[in-house]
Design a protein around this ligand. Structure first.
Ligand SMILES: *[C@@H]1O[C@H](CO)[C@@H](O)[C@H](O)[C@H]1NC(C)=O
Ligand SMILES: *[C@@H]1O[C@H](CO)[C@@H](O)[C@H](O)[C@H]1NC(C)=O
Length: 315
């Protein structure tokens, strides 16, 4: 197991870790993306969908006014969904830059996290955003309902001008990619784990351990922060605790997707028993959602190599 770190490489927000000179270029790039993250979450949170309009249109297929009303309600929503999707691509690029910076030779993962605290913090914020986004998406069935109504309507009325105009905004190829994205139970996390896997496979000279050690070290830091009373009393509010919990779960899932044997095996550098235990001890109603993320979005939980004890803890 990775020994607990002596220092806490990144402090939970606020205050925000300031970038050193060497970190500045990547930090600025990622910052520009993270600045939008809050707005995206707010928009998703207030996403109400066009369920009512769609229902009425479907129930009255001959009523053109109702068809138009549903269409006019759905179009701006699809534009929103496109913004979310495009944001996932920017987030993917940001993650890539951070992975490059946090795994570049000659430093070990722990040294990176100590030297580049501001970047480690941004990495954590990306994961925090990702799990928050997916939690909201998962509990909002309107998203897929709106989008499939949009697609059905387009394919039914190929020749309507107004609809062709809308198609320019979300052309067929874009619509296909968006469909794949929103069909995922946890689309943002899937984007990040795909990107991490790609990063690892593209960099043949970079040992896979350099990336996975970076992730396991972050998981360890979060676990230690959650289970150590000295750190915990510095958590000024429950948001900070939730931040640590989300980041811990996020890096575990990424690790599990990227590492050949995953996070649950005996040889895993993540103390899964410790992580699950500390998660269950937190007084937060987000715990169940995070446990579900471990249950349903990891790859190796059901492998034979997973110990009975860990399985039982997640049951
Ligand atoms: C992740 O990668 C898989 C396999 O290449 C692909 O089918 C899936 O659509 C990707 N998901 C996202 C959200 O990028
Ligand atoms: C990983 O590969 C990308 C693209 O091939 C390259 O730009 C980058 O420098 C590589 N990073 C490391 C740490 O090797």
């Amino acid at each position: 197991l990775t020994p607990p770190p002596k220092t806490v490489p990144f402090s939970p927000p606020p205050p925000y870790a300031q970038p050193t000179e060497a970190e500045t270029a990547v930090w600025n790039q990622v910052s520009a993306v993270l600045e939008e993250a809050h707005g995206i979450l707010a928009e998703l949170q207030s996403y109400n969908g066009a369920g009512q309009e769609i229902r009425e249109a479907i129930q009255n297929p001959g009523d053109l006014q109702l068809q138009e009303k549903a269409w006019n309600a759905v179009c701006p929503l699809v534009a929103k969904l496109k913004r979310f999707y495009e944001f996932s691509l920017r987030l993917e690029n940001a993650l890539r830059s951070l992975l490059e910076a946090l795994t570049s030779p000659p430093y070990a993962p722990m040294q990176h996290l100590e030297r580049e605290q501001a970047l480690a913090k941004q990495f954590a914020e990306i994961l925090h955003f990702t799990l928050s986004f997916d939690e909201l998406k998962m509990t909002n069935p309107a998203i897929q309902n709106d989008f499939s109504y949009y697609r059905r309507t387009i394919s039914r009325n190929r020749l309507n001008n107004q609809q062709l105009e809308a198609e320019n905004e979300v052309n067929n190829e874009m619509a296909n990619r968006m469909s794949l994205f929103y069909a995922e139970a946890t689309p943002m996390l899937k984007t990040l784990s795909n990107a991490t896997t790609k990063f690892v496979s593209e960099n043949k000279t970079l040992p896979i351990e350099d990336t996975t050690d970076c992730l396991s070290t972050m998981a360890c830091v979060c676990r230690v922060m959650l289970e150590t009373p000295e750190y915990r009393c510095r958590f000024t509010n429950t948001d900070t605790m939730l931040f640590c919990m989300r980041v811990m779960v996020g890096v575990i899932i990424l690790y599990d997707h990227v590492h050949p044997v995953g996070a649950f095996a005996k040889t895993s550098k993540i103390d899964m028993k410790g992580c699950i235990k500390v998660l269950k001890e937190q007084p937060s109603n987000s715990v169940e959602g995070l446990l579900n993320a471990l249950r349903y979005t990891t790859r190796h939980l059901n492998d034979d190599s997973t110990s009975k004890q860990i399985r039982a803890l997640l049951q």
